[in-house]
Design a protein around this ligand. Sequence first.
Ligand code: NAG
Ligand code: NAG
Ligand code: NAG
Ligand code: NAG
Length: 960
Amino acid sequence: MASLLYALRPWIVLLLMIHTSLAKPLCHPDESSALMEFKRSFRIDTDQIRCVYPKVESWPQDGHGDCCSWDGVECNEANGHVTGLDLSSSCLFGIITSNTSLFRLLHLESLNLALNDFNSSSIPYGFGGLSRLRYLNLSISEFSGKVPADISRLSRLISLDLSSEWASLEMPNVENFVQNLTMLRELDLSSITMASPFPHVLANLSSLKSLKLSKCGLHGVLPVSIFQLPRLEVLDISYNGKLSGFIPEQQWGNPLKSLSLGGTILSGSLPSSLSNLSQLAYLDLQRSKFMGQIPASLANLTQLSYLDLSVNNFTGDISHWLGNLARLNYLDLSDNQLSGQLPSSFENLTQLVRLNLSFNNWQCEIPNSLWELKGLGYLDLGRNNFSGTVDLHKLKNLESLLLDFNNISFVSKPEINATLPKLSTVSLVSCNLREFPRFLGYLKGLEWVDLSNNKIGGSVPSWMWNGSRETLMDMGLSHNYLTDFENGHINLPMLTYMDLSHNLLTSFVNNQINQSLPMLTYLDISSNSLKTALPSPPPLAVYYNISNNFLFGEIQSICRARSLVILDLSINRLNGGIPSCLGNMVSLSILNLGENKLEGMIHHDYPKGCALKIIDLTNNRLQGPIPRSLANCSMLEYLNLGYNQMHDRFPSWLSKLTKLKAIILKSNKFHGPVETHQNQFNFSNLHILDLSNNGFNGVLPSKLLQSFHAMKVIVSQDQLEYIHTSQRLPQSLDTAIAIVAYDMKLMNKGTEREYSKVPYALMGIDLSNNKFEGCIPDLVGDLKSLISLNLSNNILTGSIPPSIANLTVLESLDLSRNKLSGEIPQQLAQLTFLSSFDVSHNQLSGPIPRGSQFNTFGTSSFAMNEGLCGSPLPKKCTAVGDNIPLPPSPLKEENDNDSIFDLDWKVVLIGAGAGFFIGVVLGNLIIDEKSRWFLYYSKMMAKRWKTPRRHRIIRSRARN
Ligand SMILES: *[C@@H]1O[C@H](CO)[C@@H](O)[C@H](O)[C@H]1NC(C)=O
Ligand SMILES: *[C@@H]1O[C@H](CO)[C@@H](O)[C@H](O)[C@H]1NC(C)=O
Ligand SMILES: *[C@@H]1O[C@H](CO)[C@@H](O)[C@H](O)[C@H]1NC(C)=O
Ligand SMILES: *[C@@H]1O[C@H](CO)[C@@H](O)[C@H](O)[C@H]1NC(C)=O
């Protein structure tokens, strides 16, 4: 009997199924027509990125049949009413209005319209009528505007998700909104702008399992009671940048699995009771204000797979807890103050894929067990003081290796099996390297390598440079192995970025100055000791910097690179002419050939649409005029032709280039009057004009001065930033932006000093050492933001205009060696920033102003003016009226404030200078998806940074 029953069982089941399906009522016609109407109110747009499958397309065209069987529709088995509608990711495009047929589905308990495109329309009023709703998901669907308040009437809701990707929705009164939603288990309102204090009422929703309020603009204090919600498993309140509070020391009763508090201003230390959270798998506290020791009890969080404590102020030792967390897959402790030891062994951390310990204070040895973590894909130990020997040969999954600023060495024997097929990014900045790490020669996938700021001397080996057979054999590799390399020639076929700057390199093996790095777009070998001819640039080079070496010979080979955007060959011994191909490089934006021995005329023909922003040809032997075609370079901001032998009239046509900020023609053979009566000038953005040491004559060019509109507005201290231009780099570096700041030599108390950055507020005019004659026009007093004015050594006559007293930020005034007469205007004593003043060698008379800065100038400032009297000169003033009283000095107090230029900038005389400072901010080249917005890798380098202080590579991240 028993066996018979067993045999019959499948039949019984089948019969039952038929029975129920027969008994199931069909859907109600009003509901099926409501569904059809809803369907027809949208267009299907399968191009949406979130479109997976257009469910409504499978619904019958005529709307006949049982709607309960339609894709995405669910009905009540007993009465046939539609209770569920799931059209998520269904490619819907259109608008839902408040008379939508959707609101006729009064029996709906579950509605999911997530991941469609409602075209920035607002969420309609009317959901509140669907009073049976328990589950409502409208997330990531391009809604905008205010969340209608009637949703808050849905007191049966268990799950509500209105989160969006962009902050396009607003909820002005969240406290009211959630008040009656007491059944909620899941609430996600991420990216809805609330701009309110944290809603305390949430702490009453004791059913909550998941609460997500990321990026809501919440402020105030996070109530501790949130952490006490008894069923809470997921809490995400990250990126509410004004939300403060702390994590309480408490008995954690709840089953928390995921805790995200990053990007807030939560502070304090981590309580050791956190270790009660035995199910915690995800902990993200990055970019907040936490501090103190990380409690050793974290060792008990054995389920933890994701731990991000980066960019806080944690201190102390991690060795007592880290080694235990065997499930860790993502660990980021970067940007803290951690020190002491690493765990004695990484043996347990076999799941690690990403490890970032950079920017801390470790000074210890790296345990060898780290090199056993076969799964590692990203390793950043940079900016510490780790020591030890790096052995990579087991890290077959490694993609990025960053060890900057440590004291490390590499296992010296080349391992035949050492290919690391995935390794594409290697950064070994300032690692005390004395030779090229040999493992680099094996990296066929290498795209990005930075070896700058080391002590690598001698020749660039050909396995780095052009991959010839000979040097591979130098490396002790067998011929068999050679076949592994593409054609046995090109070692680094993928290399796009190489920085070897600031080393001690002298040459290239076998004097190979043609390399075959086919993909290289960024090459920096600046600040080495290369004594060779100019290596020809890689054919795809966008950035080529080989400044500050001892290169000699002509620069014709530069024409090989047609895509250059930034070219810097400055400070070498290059000679010959400037090749005319430079004029045809349509993308060239920054050109620096300064401080070489280049000669001849500049005869390139700049085409229309010329992209040059910076031209620096200073200190060469160039002759002839400035090419008129430069007027086509409408982007030009900086032109420095100083210290050459150029021979031309003042290039008044430069006035067409309205972006020009600095013109430096110092020390050439320019001549003639600067302006004639038909000249019109419009140098409205000019900050710096240096025409000194030329043969200009005629009257001081007052129309020219009048056109310097930027100099007529005082730049407030808030706006104190450096003059720079930014330049996007194309091609494979398309995430990089080069920031180029002007670098100038400036006279400081008679000595020329170099500044790698020029503050935006630095405005100066230097017309000294010419043959200008006539009076100093009154309108000089309009150039209110001038910091420095030098008119010395001309043939100026007349008196010093009292309007100069309007130049309230003036720090340096030199009118010496002219034929000025009359008195020094007493008003000049009001110039409280004036720290350098020279009127010597004129024909001035009368009393020297007293008070304020004038008490600090020595006799040399006034020497050789027979008629001057009073302190500091020995000659007493005797004539009536000569002994004037001290002028009132209302600005006296300001004098005690720091000058905006601080120490270094106290005295600034414009000199000519060469060069500029280049920093490159690289985008996501080495950055993972998650933190793209917050992490960036910025690499600053400046040529001639010889001392350790200036010799730095800055990798910085925005701290909040
Ligand atoms: C919450 O419910 C109470 C009682 O039903 C009601 O009086 C109140 O208006 C509701 N609040 C909101 C914001 O809907
Ligand atoms: C880890 O948990 C165990 C048992 O729950 C406890 O005895 C131990 O003290 C905890 N360790 C730390 C470091 O808190
Ligand atoms: C980190 O903590 C130290 C000492 O407590 C403090 O001086 C420093 O300002 C803090 N740094 C940050 C970025 O909060
Ligand atoms: C590895 O895990 C075991 C077991 O939990 C533990 O005893 C050991 O101390 C851990 N090793 C390190 C280096 O922390």
